[in-house]
Design a protein around this ligand. Structure first.
Ligand SMILES: [Zn+2]
Length: 248
């Protein structure tokens, strides 16, 4: 089975280096990574990793947690880098009501990144936490944008608008903590399904960094919940990731 980790912050590993993570992941069948940035400081690091490793697809963006600290020209800088780097996708961007209860300025930053995704036809990697109330105004804007709700562990009701708007749902190991994991996992059609670790974050074991080597186990668990053949589901999820991030 082959895997692509569609959301990993390779530049943020502390206990192990990015080259070590990539080498270990290869041994586990993970041969692609979408390396995600959260803030401006990450952009150069993510681009460097993607130059060093052709299997690393860079994603440049501004996470809702970092919007208030961004420099005034962040959006222009981001646009210039997107133009220079045709493989770069956008993210992570989005909305987080736990970290910041105010819709602005998060919404503005999110909207800018939606527009950039539309203008340059890049995939938009979305972080949405407790944002269900804020999302309805964004669905019309997301029309025609290829987007992913990353590390999905929201309400089952949210899956319907994502799928109806041709979006993707990406699961990390954190879905396994949900009480209604089976219900959520079964609600996502195969052709919208992606996998990720959000590494080094969201490890199931305290004090450790999550590893792409968990993806085979995660896929196996999802296949069990969905009553589907593990190899076939793995092949489909791999193909979804490949088509979306590496071109058909
Ligand atoms: Zn992330």
């Amino acid at each position: 089975m082959k895997f692509i980790d569609t959301h990993i912050h390779l530049q943020d590993y502390k206990l192990i280096s990015a080259p070590q993570i990539i080498a270990a992941a290869r041994e586990c069948g993970v041969n692609g990574f979408v390396c995600i940035s959260a803030k401006e400081d990450d952009w150069a690091k993510v681009l460097e990793l993607s130059t060093q490793y052709p299997e690393v697809v860079p994603a440049l963006g501004l996470h809702p947690w970092h919007v208030r600290q961004a420099t005034p020209a962040w959006a222009e800088k981001l646009e210039a880098l997107l133009l220079q780097n045709p493989r770069a996708q956008i993210g992570e961007a989005g909305l987080d009501r736990i970290k910041d209860g105010e819709l602005l300025p998060q919404a503005e930053a999110f909207e800018i990144q939606i527009q950039l995704a539309k203008k340059y036809n890049r995939v938009l990697l979305i972080h949405a936490v407790k944002a269900a109330e804020w999302l309805p105004r964004f669905w019309p804007l997301l029309k025609g944008v290829r987007f992913v709700f990353h590390s999905f562990s929201g309400a089952k009701d949210l899956i319907k608008p994502i799928v109806e708007n041709s979006g993707y749902v990406s699961f990390s190991q954190s879905i396994l903590r949900m009480k209604n994991v089976a219900e959520i996992v079964c609600a996502v059609p195969q052709n919208c399904l992606l996998l990720e670790t959000d590494g080094p974050y969201q490890s199931l074991e305290k004090g450790t960094e999550s590893s792409p080597c968990f993806l085979p186990e995660l896929l196996t668990k999802l296949a069990e919940y969905r009553h589907e053949d593990t190899e076939k589901l793995a092949a489909k999820v791999y193909q979804n990731s490949k088509d979306l991030f590496y071109g058909k």
